[in-house]
Design a protein around this ligand. Structure first.
Ligand code: AHM
Ligand code: MG
Length: 334
């Protein structure tokens, strides 16, 4: 079999299809390289002394794990000197990280959740890195947080790397979704699936059922109907999965369909949701749409939301199109 490496795939996207400029290709290669390092650290686990809490909190008031911090540092160190970026932003940093003056400034902005699914790190369940790439708006002097506040439909690349039984990098540059599996012997990501498609219908939903008593009525209605199975209004039995790593749940949906929900609920009514718009929901929503699925905040398309702050939260419904449309319609009074 003629293996296509990520490098070759990106070169072809640049040279033959003109989908990406050289600087963006470099950026994506650097992110992939960082993901390889994070994958190594994740794999070592207790042997590398990387498990457990770091004893600190991030800006969202969540306890940071050692690997959250390690992954964040790996991504920053890999990306700051290449000349392709103006600044970075991360779930684990309060404010943006402008590329230091000693390095050339590029035209891109990189956002990431360095290690998503932190509660799964110590229990050896799949976790991942999520990333989103924007272009720095033209003009302006020093890069600022304001430059990052662009709707998801402005992304120029997005993806994630899931550290599971295999390490898989999943990428879109706006021309469909491609998956690359890490070949550890070769040390490179190899194209293993192109033109990923999510079936429009599904019999599988993902939601944290322990929050049921806090849900909004339309969410309750949707799940109730699924749970009634063949005898209920949906006329079919549903299966449920909840990995508690969005990367792993989205990866399943890109692989075999399904619907994922982390909706607003009454626990903290002032928060729009648990997940973060700019470095979790936006990149995942774009991947899902590029694979033929849909993504809303239960009312409107996530990619059209105008962010007002870096760490903004959002309600998330994504996956198989017909289910997302149904849940969204229930919220809009249908
Ligand atoms: P994290 O970025 O701090 O890891 O939090 C995000 C994760 C998602 O990956 C996952 O879908 C969700 O939190 C699980 O939350 P819960 O533990 O409430 O089910
Ligand atoms: Mg996360």
């Amino acid at each position: 079999m003629n293996k296509i490496s990520l490098t070759r795939y990106l070169v072809e996207q640049q040279r033959e299809h003109g989908h990406i400029p050289a600087q963006l290709r470099l950026l994506l290669e650097v992110v992939a390289r960082a993901c390889k390092s994070i994958s190594q650290a994740v794999n070592k686990g207790a042997l590398g002394g990387v498990l457990g809490s770091a004893g600190s909190e991030n800006v969202q008031g969540e306890v940071q794990k050692k690997l959250d911090i390690i992954a964040n540092e790996v991504l920053i160190e890999a990306n700051e000197w290449g000349g392709h970026l103006a600044a970075m932003a991360s779930e684990e940093m309060d404010s943006i990280y402008a590329v230091p003056n000693r390095y050339p400034q590029g035209e891109y902005l990189l956002l990431f959740d360095p290690l998503d699914g932190s509660s799964n790190i110590d229990v050896n369940v799949s976790i991942g890195t999520i990333f989103s790439v924007l272009k720095k708006p033209e003009g302006g002097l020093a890069v600022s947080e304001q430059d990052f506040l662009q709707a998801g439909n402005k992304q120029v690349a997005a993806g994630y790397c899931v550290y599971g039984p295999q390490t898989t990098l999943v990428l879109t540059v706006g021309k469909g979704v491609a998956m690359f599996t890490l070949d550890r012997e070769q040390g490179s990501f190899v194209l293993t699936q192109e033109d990923v498609q999510i079936p429009a219908d599904t019999k599988e939903f993902a939601i944290n059922m322990s929050n049921m008593r806090h849900w909004d009525a339309p969410v309750k209605r949707y799940i109730d109907e699924c749970l009634q199975g063949k005898e209920g209004p949906r006329g079919k039995d549903f299966n449920m999965r909840w990995i508690a790593s969005m990367v792993a749940d989205v990866h399943r949906i890109l692989t075999r369909g399904g619907v994922f929900m982390y909706p607003w609920d009454k626990r903290e009514p002032d928060k729009a949701g648990k997940l973060r718009l700019m470095y979790e929901a936006n990149p995942m929503s774009w991947l899902v749409e590029q694979a033929g699925g849909a993504a809303t905040n239960a009312k409107t398309r996530i990619l059209d939301l105008q962010p007002t702050k870096l760490h903004e939260r959002v309600s998330v419904v994504l996956g198989s199109k017909n289910e997302v449309d149904r849940i969204t319609a229930y919220h809009n009074g249908a």
